[in-house]
Structures are given as C-alpha cells and as structure tokens.
Design a protein around this ligand. Structure first.
Ligand code: GLC
Length: 480
C-alpha cells in the first residue's frame, strides 16, 4: 500500500505549546494509523478489474470451480410482467432474524398491481444457527405454524416463496443445494443438500400444515424483482446489510453453466467471496486479518468482511483497541466491555457518525461500553468509524462498478441507463454510506446513468412476486 500523507504536517507541531502540542500530536498519530483505510481511485480501479476477471471466470465452465466469485445461475429468466394475483406466503432467512410474510398480490387500476403484506419477525436462537440443519428447519416450520395460527390461515395450502440468502447452486427455481453457509450460520448437515427439500421435510415432520414451495431466491434477486415493479430498468439487485452481495441480468449466452442462448438470466454473483484467491491481499489490514481468523469461516467471504454490517462494528472495535494500545485513546485504558468481541455494534458506527457535533451521542455509546471519554476521545472514535465505513462504501462501490461496466460493455451500449435496487441495514441506516457509495460508483462508471432505488420489504415482496410467476408457469404447463 502506498504511504498516505497525514492531514497534519509534523513541522506544524514543533512550535506548539506543550499541552496543545500533545493534542495535535495525538491527532497526527491517529490519522497516520487510520490513513491505511484510505483507498485511492487507482486502488479501486484495480479492485474493479480483478472483480471483473473473477466474474468472468465464474461464468465459464472450465474456470468456474476455481473462481472466487461463483456467478450462480438463478433460473429467474426475465423479470415478470405484473398482475399475478392471490395470496402468497413468503419466508426470509438470511440475517439475524427470520421473517414470515403473507403477501397479497392484487390488481390496481392505476399502476396495474398492488402488493400488501403482513409480517412477523422471529429471532433465530444461536443454537438453531449453529446446531443441526434439522434443528434450524424445525424452528422455521414452528415459526410458520405460529404465523398461520395468528392469521387464521392454517387450513390453506398457500404457494410459498423462500428468500434464502446464502450461496445456492440452483437446478431450477425451486431446487438448489447450499454451497456453504455465510454470515455466522453453521447448522450442520445443510451444506451440499437441497434447501427446499430440507424445508419440505421439516413441514412434513410437523404435520400440522401444508405448503406448496414454488420458488427459492437469494435476497439480492428478491430485491431486484421487487424494485422492477417500480422501475422496469431495474436489472441489478444489491444488499449491504449483515452480508454484502449483488445480482444482475446477464446475457444467457455467457451463463455457460446453463444451456440456452436467448434472453437474459439473473446471476447471483456471490461477490462476498471475492478475495479467496488472494485478490485482496494488499488491501487487507491487521484488523481484517483478526476479524477473519476469529470468524466461523476463516479464509472465506473476505470481500464481505471488509464491507458488511456483520463485521463493521467489530473492525471499529479492533481499531479502537489499537489506538488504546498506542496510548492515543482513553488514556491508554480499555474497559472490559471494549475488550469483548462484537461489543461495538455496527449500529453504533451509524450513531457515532450521526452525532450532530455536540458529541452527546458518542459520549453515551462509549459510556455504555464502560469508558468515560474526553472530547478528544469522542472525536477520535468518530474518525475511526468514518475510516472503516468509508472504506466499506468505496470497496463496495468498486464491486458495483465492475458489474455495471461489464453490463454496458457486453450490451455494446455507448450510454447505459440502469436502475439498481438496494436493500440492507448498512445502506439504509448509515447516515453517510449512501452518499459516499453513490459518488464513487458514478466516478468509476463513465457512460452509465445509474438510478438507485431502495426496496421496501423487498425480500418478502420479491419472493412472493416470483412465486406468482412460478405458479403461473406451472399452471400453463398443466393445461397444455
Ligand atoms: C451473504 C450471502 C449472500 C447474500 C448476502 C446478503 O453474502 O452469501 O447469499 O445475498 O450475504 O444477505
């Protein structure tokens, strides 16, 4: 990494009065440590180029196995035309919560469609996440049963769309094996198995309701589909939440893993795994290595670990500990809480950066972590948060730019107008992530006119809408 110039020049310090000098000196040293997080435009172009290379390798049959970016076909072929109607059940598994939704897809005179949802959130107990697949899917079936009871619809056999936000190798829209868990899930006996089968078996084991599982999609795909209903140019879906990933519509002819040349198929990039072949080595810092080595999946999801909400707070915590060790923060003393893994939650990063300038919010967060900070401590903590979250936005921006530039080149369009549907807590809740992210993506994608839209309940609505299409297709096949 090139050595970055710190904001305060060392000669400025020399003529300062003693007390003042130590403040300036502290900031100087802090900025020097944090400067490692800064990525220059050239660095980002390099990341973008390497990402494009891995995307290409992921799509090709002969290089697919060794490619870090798997580019998984989703069997979502062309985004649906509206007006499918009826009640659907949607499940959303992929973060710390599991959601069950009842989605009513109806017709609307003005817009051609209307979607109404009722949903309930269930938190996933740690032992269900890291026990056996049977335990996890039994818990899911139990939640569905509870939801059906509450809404008095247990007697109905509804079509079900499952948003399952992990890498899945699909054989069809309703069939696919889990390649590997990500984001802290570890339930044994699921990897290598058909996920829809695991769900169907758990429902059968319970035996108190029936469901017709018609589609399984990744959350990026569900987001893209739900945003497509707002804007027909939406051909990219992206999540920056607990995990980070994107999907987009690829020309069928280049999706070598699936036969056929006509039209486009949605590809789930699974770009979070980028870096597994060493592509990020010179950009990974000591904090990234600790986060990775202490995670449930060391060596995996390295790009995601630089960006997503699962790791952002922990990265900040490690930076703060480094600053404490260097006696630049909290008088060189870390509280027990601060020494505890994951105690600095990602939502604190958003809260610190939302502080209006009076430092109250920062002070409160730090006191809950057992430290009584000075004003300068608060400012330093804010600088640490800004460094980690800005790098996240820029790294993620390089990934999206790689996708968009690829799409424009492959479509041989001089100017491409495209909409990106986005969801995820980091994107939606962090006060500055969006602005930094949009700016860098636009700088890296000349000749593309990009609109970003946020999906509302995209995971559930998208799963229901694609199920509506899947149902229709099945009906067509039956009546032929
Ligand atoms: C992880 C998962 C991916 C998902 C993303 C966002 O990267 O592997 O499937 O889309 O998180 O939830």
């Amino acid at each position: 990494m090139p050595v970055k110039t710190p904001a305060v020049e060392s000669h400025q310090m020399l003529n300062m009065p003693c007390v003042y000098r130590s403040v300036v000196e502290r900031i100087f040293m802090v900025e020097q440590i944090l400067s490692e997080f800064r990525l220059e435009k050239e660095d980002l172009k390099e990341v973008m180029g390497r990402m494009q290379r891995e995307m290409d390798r992921g799509l090709r049959v002969e290089t697919h196995e060794e490619a870090s970016v798997k580019m998984l076909p989703t069997y979502v072929c062309s985004t649906p035309e509206g007006s499918e109607v009826g009640d659907f059940l949607a499940l959303d598994l992929g973060g710390t919560n599991f959601r069950v939704m009842l989605v009513k897809v109806g017709e609307d005179e003005e817009r051609g469609w209307k979607v109404e949802t009722k949903h309930q959130m269930y938190s996933i107990p740690e032992d269900a996440m890291t026990g056996t697949a049977e335990m996890l899917f039994d818990y899911i079936a139990e939640c569905i049963s509870d939801f059906l009871d509450k809404h008095h619809i247990k007697h109905k056999k509804l079509p079900l769309g499952f948003t399952f936000s992990f890498p899945v190798r699909h054989e069809d829209i309703d069939k696919g094996i889990l390649l590997n868990w990500t984001k802290g899930f570890k339930a044994s006996g699921a990897e290598g198995n058909n996920v829809v089968g695991l769900l169907r078996d758990a429902i059968k084991r319970r035996g108190d309701f029936e469901m017709d599982v018609v589609a399984m999609v990744n959350d990026t795909v569900a987001t893209m589909i739900s945003c497509y209903y707002e804007d027909r140019s939406c051909e990219v879906g992206m999540i920056v939440g607990t995990g980070c990933n994107a999907c987009y519509m690829e020309e069928m002819g280049t999706v070598e893993l699936v036969e056929g040349e006509e039209g486009r198929m949605c590809v789930n990039t699974e770009w979070g795994a980028f870096g597994a072949n060493g592509e990020l080595e010179e950009f990974r810092l000591e904090y990234d290595r600790v986060v990775d080595e202490t995670s449930l999946n060391p060596g995996k999801q390295l790009y995601e670990k630089l960006i997503s909400g699962k790791y952002m707070g922990e990265l900040v915590r490690l930076v703060l500990l480094k600053l404490v060790n260097e006696e630049l923060l909290f008088d060189g003393e870390a509280s027990e809480q601060l020494k505890t893994r994951f105690s600095f939650e990602t939502r604190y990063v958003s809260q610190v950066e939302s502080d209006s300038g009076d430092r109250k919010q920062i002070y409160n967060i730090l006191s809950t972590l057992g430290v009584l900070p000075s004003e300068l401590d608060c400012d330093i903590v804010r600088l640490a948060c800004e460094s980690v979250s800005t790098r996240s936005a820029h790294m993620c921006g390089a990934g999206l730019a790689a996708v968009i530039n690829r799409m424009r080149e492959h479509r041989s369009q001089e100017e491409m107008k495209i909409t990106v549907g986005v969801d995820g807590s980091v994107y939606k809740l962090h006060p500055c992530f969006q602005a930094r992210f949009h700016k860098i993506v636009r700088e890296l994608t000349p000749h593309s006119d990009i609109t970003f839209i946020q999906s509302e309940e995209g995971s559930g609505r998208g799963a229901a809408l694609i199920s509506a299409v899947a149902c229709k297709m099945a009906a067509c096949m039956l009546t032929q």
